[in-house]
Design a protein around this ligand. Structure first.
Ligand SMILES: Nc1ncnc2c1ncn2[C@@H]1O[C@H](COP(=O)(O)OP(=O)(O)O)[C@@H](O)[C@H]1O
Ligand SMILES: [Mg+2]
Length: 260
């Protein structure tokens, strides 16, 4: 399956003083493609995600998004273009209900005799439809988020992202705090979101998760791409070898220890 290019990273470099955290990262993410970003601790994954979502300015390199070169000065700028990191919990107001969180800052208001009135029923219907479309069940949309599970909160954030025209979502170890069943639902939801044409970059250190959800696997090792390969064309063992530096596939310095 081939995807229309959404994000194209070209030789991204990031120095923190004398530390070269990223030493020339290039890869693409397509519309509707799920890319799992793997690599050992300190490889540079989180740094890269922060650069893509406007949280860090790279030392060098180009970032093309939908065919145009972009340099985001802040996460808000990236978000306005449809690029967002979803962190579990952090962007929800726990003392506000599901509908309120979904519409935060975008409430539907109608004026009656000049007086603005929130259209609660209309908003509730929009949220119910969006959740149903994504296969997410939440008992009551009028429940404050503080009473919902981590998985439900993540579902709200992802549904909200998709509903408001999100194009590329970044997830950094999204299931670290979730149980088995919630993780399974989360993986399903990522697939459903990608099926709508949204690009996904997911960082995970759990190999089975990467293979369950990803179309492509990109391995970062010591700030460089050490592997870039279709998930169907590799194996967990091979990916481990890329992570540890025993093999490099889909890169300029390709080496396959066991042929071809
Ligand atoms: N703000 C920072 N200042 C200095 N060094 C940093 C900073 N952020 C990350 N690093 C360094 O950059 C490298 C990559 O880190 P990181 O992107 O967090 O790796 P990963 O997410 O793959 O574990 C590490 O050596 C880390 O110590
Ligand atoms: Mg990290």
């Amino acid at each position: 399956m081939s995807f229309e290019t959404l994000l194209d990273l070209q030789d991204i470099r990031m120095n923190f003083g004398a530390i070269e955290a990223l030493r020339g990262i290039s890869f693409t993410v397509g519309k509707g493609e799920v890319v799992a970003l793997l690599g050992d601790n300190g490889a540079g994954k989180s740094t890269l995600v922060k650069i893509i979502s406007g949280g860090l300015k790279p030392t060098a390199g180009r970032m093309m998004f939908e065919g145009n070169e972009r340099a985001f000065a802040s996460p808000a700028e990236a978000k306005a273009e449809g690029i967002e990191t979803v962190y579990q919990d952090l962007s929800l107001c726990t003392n506000v209900d599901v509908v309120g969180n979904f519409f935060m800052g975008r409430e539907i208001v109608k004026k009656y005799f000049g007086i603005p009135v929130l259209q609660e029923k209309e908003m509730e219907k929009v949220v119910a439809d969006a959740m149903a479309h994504a296969g997410t069940r939440i008992p009551s949309l009028r429940t404050n988020v503080e009473y919902l599970s981590g998985g439900q909160r993540q579902a709200i954030e992802l549904n909200r992202f998709a509903h408001w025209g999100g194009k590329l979502v970044l997830l950094d170890e999204p299931f670290a705090a979730l149980g088995v069943e919630q993780t399974r639902r989360g993986l399903d939801m990522i697939k459903r979101i990608a099926a709508q044409g949204i690009g996904v970059i997911i960082i995970t250190h759990i190999m089975t998760q990467a293979f369950q959800v990803a179309d492509r696997i990109v391995v970062i090792r010591q700030g460089k791409v050490a592997g870039d390969v279709a998930a169907k064309k590799t194996s967990p063992d091979e990916v481990v070898r890329m992570i540890t530096g025993e093999s490099m596939i889909g890169t300029a310095q390709e080496t396959r220890p066991n042929g071809p």
